[in-house]
Every structure is written in structure tokens, then in C-alpha cells.
Design a protein around this ligand. Sequence first.
Ligand code: ZN
Length: 399
Amino acid sequence: MLTKTQKYLFRKKINELKNIRGQHTELISLYIPPERRISEVMAKLRDEYSQSSNIKSKQTRKNVLSAIESIMSRLRYFKEPPPNGMVLFVGMVGEPPKLVAEIVEPPLPINIYLYRCDSQFYVEPLENMLEEKNVYGLLLIDRRECTIGFLVGSRIEMGAYLTSRVPGKHKKGGQSQRRFERLTEIAAHEWFEKAGKKASQLFLERKNLKGILVGGPGHTKREFVNGNYLDYRVKEKIIGFYDTGYTDEFGLRELVNSASKDLGELDIVKDRKLMQRFLNEIRKDSGLAIYGEEEVRKALETGAVEVVMISDSLEKYKVIAECKNCGYKTEGTFESIEIECPKCHSNMEINEKKDVVEEFSELASASSSEFEIIGRETEEGEILYKAFGGIAAILRYKL
Ligand code: ZN
């Protein structure tokens, strides 16, 4: 089992790698499982090297060959792979081309041995390690809209959004009224069939689906479920019905909030309760709630913190950087790792970088404080990010 912090940092790393694009087929991903011998990997790389010497484009050939060379020189430091194996992501990126070389030691063992050269890094096997075990289906329906989504751990994912052509319920009276009602019922039936088909398909495809929450205003949601428009295996997973005002993407959050009493053990609910406690301390002005990077860091160092809350959208890095052009050095917290030299405006070289989330998680464990990463799916999580700069804490005692 991975901790929330491990998962968070690992996902962030994967997303970074995933967003990198090579100019051509020249980014190398090399997966080495723990039991593979390094000498064997080296032999394979020499083989790839000689094959890559035949690449027609001069620039691509040059880039691929230097990437392989870089991998080989890094592997020389290893007698054997680390306990969970390792993945090397190496390639020339950008204009002018700069070498990106990352060695990832995954939190769980790798079970494939693979060399791939492509225009982007191959991260799927790592993504699969993060597969969430607690997945809930979310279904919102009324006569106009249907939204299908998932609650994955503490994230809400959008699945599909459908709209209907069922006319409004009211029309002028008289002769045509009954005919109009019949047509409306036919249209509603077709709409439910369409929505039921899509929902069944998405819910059946999804692995680890623990249950399904159904929401929407009024009676329509029950009419839909009782009307057998859903596959029986999907229907069996329904946990409950919840009234929501919205049936679009916004309604997904509303549904999770309404259902929270039935989902007591879920991370998203725990996060929400914790944030409510924090906001309560703020309201009471008890002095037990603090926020902001500096203030929370100081409190952690004195051991006064009971629990730290950090937004999962926080982008802050503790960096030591140096300008290769003029020699200017700097150290501090930055919101990006693209740092411009304040003296000569060239790009600074990063000597050391640490995600603030990682730093705070280490400080927290050193002082036996609890540490929570809070998503922005709930209103309270959004408040943490927007109003409190993404870092807050509740203290054991007033400072
Ligand atoms: Zn400079």
C-alpha cells in the first residue's frame, strides 16, 4: 500500500514526464525489473545503439545515440537494480535541445522489461501502479440531462454528459393534451434507454467499482432506475438515491457531498471533515488554526502541529539554483522550476529541487504530526487552495 503522499508525488512525477514531447521518435523509456542483470541490460543497449546508427535523419540519430550513451553511463553506477527495479526516461527535449534524464524508482515492483523509443515517454505501467482500489460510480439524471462520473479515491472524474430532447411537461390544454403527453412519454422512454445504455457501458467497463450513487432533482432518478434501463449488474451496485439541484458536471460534487454520510470511510469525506474543523477554529479565533507556508513551517519545527493540510494543487518547490551565465546563486521557494536570473535574465540551472509537499510531509513525520493532502473536489478543499494559499494546520496548543 502506498501512502497518500507517495501516491501524490508519484502521480506528479508521472504527469511531468507524460507532458514532455520529443521533436521526433527520440525519447527513450527503459523499464528494468528488480531481478534483471545490469550486464544484460548493457548488452541490449549496445545492440540498440548499433541499430540506431542506421536512423536516416541526422538530428534524430544524434539525439537517440546520445540518449543511449547517457543511459549507459548512468547504469554504470548500479551493480544491480534497486529493490523495486527502475525506469529510465532519457532524451533530448526542446529547442535548443536539452538532455532530460530521470531515473524513477517506483514504489511498487516493476514486472516488465522493456526498451521503447518514441516521441513521448511511455508511463502507462507506472500509471497502473496508481490504480485506485476504491471507485464509486456517480449517476445524475433528470428529463433533460444525464451526467456519469466516478469518485476515484478522493478525485472526481467526468465520464459522460448527455442531453435529451424530451419536451417540457406543460403545454396548452385541449384536444392535443393527451397526444402531447403520450409523445412526451415516448420521448422520455427513448431518453432513459439512451442514458441507461451509456451508464451501463461505462460502469461495467470500470474496474474496482464498489458502488453507485444516483442523484438528481425530484422523482425522475427513481423512475429511471425502477424502469429497468440499467444493466442488472449495474443496478445491483446502487448504494442510494440523493437529491441534487444540478444534473451536470457541477452536480457530481453535490452528489458526493450529499452522499457523504453513507461514505464515511472515504478519504474525500475525511478530508472534508478535517477542513470543517479547521474553518471552525478560524471562526472561533481560537489561535489553533494557522495557515501560510512560513507560519506552518515554523510551527512544525516547534512540534506544535497536530495536523497539516496541503492542497493537492499546490505548485511550490524549494530550490537551489545557479545562473551559468553570470554566476548568480539563489535559494528559496518558487512556484515553477523555470527560474529567470534576476541579474542577466538567462534561465537558471536547478541544482536541487524539492516539492514543498514532500518537505512538509517530512517535517510532519519528524514531529509526529498528521499530514493530509486535500483535493479541490469539495468546497472546503477549494477554500484551502484559494483562501489559505494551499497550506494550513491545526495546532496541538496555542503558540
Ligand atoms: Zn545570470
